[in-house]
Ligand binder design. Sequence first.
Ligand code: UD1
Length: 458
Amino acid sequence: MSSVATIKSNIIPPHLEVKGGCPLNGVLKVSGAKNSSLALMAASLLTKEKLLIKNVPQLTDIEVMSEILRNLGAKLTKTNNSIEINSESIHNVELPYQLVHSLRASFFCVGPLLTRLGEAKIPLPGGCNIGARPVDEHINGLKALGAEVEVINDVVKAQVSTKDKRLRGANITLKYPSVGATETILMASCLALGKTTISNPAREPEIQDLAKMLNSMGAKVFGAGTKRITILGVDSLSGTSHFVIPDRIEAGTFLIAAAITRSPLIIGPVIPNHLSAVISKLKECGCLISQHGEHHLKIIPREISGVDITTSPFPGFPTDLQAPFMSLMATAKGSSKIKERVFEKRMQHVLELNKMGACIYQENNTAYIKGVKELVGSNVEGGDLRSSAAIILACLSAKGNSIFTGLEHLDRGYEKLEEKLTNAGSIISRNFDQPTSQRSISNKIISEDNINTQKNAA
Ligand code: UD1
């Protein structure tokens, strides 16, 4: 016992050491979309047949979702970036708090469980610490479809009491185009009796990806990506094989990485119209962006000037790229204003960026940024997934070296980030063994020799 305790007390949180100021070059490869994959994995519960999902990123969020599905009785087989899911014998209707609290997407299981087993008990979900993130729209949608739903001691208990155990189609209007609520209602209504309409649904590409897979399973979903989705309920869904769309948020992060390091890069695969708002703002602030082949974008940054952004649901500027874009604006010429309008607590990066020499003043959900000539390497910590990405970008552009902690957030959403960035010329290493009290960049990693080796390899 005592030896285990001793070992645990010596464990140092893993961290990244980042050498600032290295130019990037070459190609940054974009993985499959995390947010699509999570919803698609939950949708596998809707069929008794095998489902093969390809191009799934290897991330901790995907691991947690896999564990949730296993816990419900599904069998998973993983090969590199593919997951085969067999949900034939799911039997459990209750998700354990330990798994749910870290992953908001766990709530996606509620619709399929209700449909397959007539019952679901799911603790209120967690996820990134970026605001209240209620699930009222999910619950109202399920109630409209005929489910009985109550929340007792922070556990959502839902059941279908009709004789045939089927939900009933309904006309549902969302007060806000919530991504998660649209996905919950979509999954719950595919096997409902009759027709469902969702007015004011989320139009994000991940919704379209989910609808595409559901349709290839035999569902009848029309209008995903528009202002009204219609679902004609069917009696059963079959297995299928589906290739996940590229992650537009990872792609956007890489475009901003090019801009903040003033480096030309090729990024892909991407679906360019998934990134329209981001491309348009990057062009406005001084980047040349063009299509490179069928599935890649080429970005050539010039002088970067301050531009304003306001986040909004798709096709607006994505909230998930607000933080990375703020890092860029921190180093732009002139001033800019960034308004966060999707989540109410999503500016945890401001403090860390200011620590690095940025000049950002935050008032409620608006940040006023005065660009500085350069950021300075520092000891910095990510507080949520996207603020962690923003801080890493700032570290890449900074003068000097940085130590980043908060890998548990970063690893939720960016597959092999340091490997990808290193291949493109960055000098980043992951360390597990350096005492937090003595954080400093070790000379061996940041030596000139190393810089030359990296450049030659890139
Ligand atoms: C999804 C994405 C997340 C992204 C977000 C917005 C996944 C796994 N996560 O999160 O990366 O940042 O979309 O693009 O796909 N709301 C309610 N009631 C509800 C549901 C949501 O008021 O029942 C509010 C939320 O508090 C938030 C806003 O709607 O202010 C947007 O939330 P939503 O679109 O549901 O985001 P998520 O699905 O949680």
